[in-house]
Design a protein around this ligand. Structure first.
Ligand SMILES: [Zn+2]
Length: 256
């Protein structure tokens, strides 16, 4: 081989080697970037991040808006009432006979957000709603116990309100702070409600569910809070209790 040819071959090999290195670098993405390419890539990354942030923010606000329309009570911890025609239209006749503020039956303490409705029975067969209301009022003088209820439903279906729904009543122990209580009158020891009483309690519960953005599942018995046999008939007859809740569900549907 002549020296000239040898030189040419060596040069060719060097060029081939360099090309091979370049190709390998390109494949692995390790080629050196110029500063302007780096800047461009950085700018692109920032743009992508901003866009992603905006999308997430939009999703967040859309979800917030949906919750505000579908379940507004979720967004607050404080006392909250729904407004609307369905709430007004489903309101039963209520005889408001508020108790005097006193430590034994109306402490004047504010409730938190209402999360449930507690049904009771008076355990006082034959007594009317007003008689029970007057017993609660009398506790400020007799001071024999602490007891009351937001509402009392009477033997003829009459509804007497003793304590505003934004104030606690002494009826449901640990749940006084976030529930509304309903005492129900009954004619005898069985604790079963008369038809008129039953109808009014269903209507009152449906209205309260709409007012506080609750469902029939949020209606509980005093028994579910403390295990007390109250309301007696609905504790002893689980099917009657389930039927009662279904009747409330129907009444809510009808009102909407
Ligand atoms: Zn009770």
């Amino acid at each position: 081989m002549s020296k000239e040819l040898q030189k040419k071959t060596t040069r060719k090999k060097t060029i081939q080697k360099k090309a091979a290195v370049k190709t390998a670098a390109a494949k692995t993405g390790n080629q050196k970037k110029t500063p302007s390419v780096k800047k461009k890539q950085k700018a692109r990354r920032i743009t992508v991040s901003i866009r992603l942030g905006l999308v997430l923010l939009t999703v967040f606000f859309v979800m917030l808006a949906v919750i505000k329309i579908m379940k507004p009570s979720l967004l607050t911890k404080n006392y909250f009432e729904m407004k609307g025609e369905d709430v007004d239209a489903s309101k039963p006749d209520i005889d408001v006979q508020l108790l005097t503020v006193n430590p034994y039956s109306r402490p004047g303490t504010k409730t938190e957000k209402i999360k449930g409705i507690v049904v009771h029975y008076t355990a006082n067969p034959g007594a009317t709603a007003m008689a029970n209301r007057n017993y609660f009022e009398g506790l400020k003088d007799t001071q024999i116990t602490k007891s009351s209820s937001n509402f009392i439903v009477g033997l003829e279906g009459e509804i007497v309100q003793c304590v505003p729904t934004w104030e606690i009543a002494y009826a449901s122990n640990d749940r006084n702070i976030d529930t509304v209580s309903i005492e129900c009158c009954h004619p005898d020891e069985s604790g079963e409600f008369l038809e008129d009483t039953y109808r009014s309690v269903v209507q009152l519960c449906a209205w309260l569910c709409l007012k506080f953005d609750l469902s029939e599942k949020d209606i509980i018995r005093h028994y579910d809070v403390t295990g007390k046999i109250c309301p007696k008939y609905f504790v002893e007859d689980e099917k009657a209790w389930e039927l009662f809740r279904r009747d409330v569900k129907k009444a809510i549907k009808k009102a909407k």
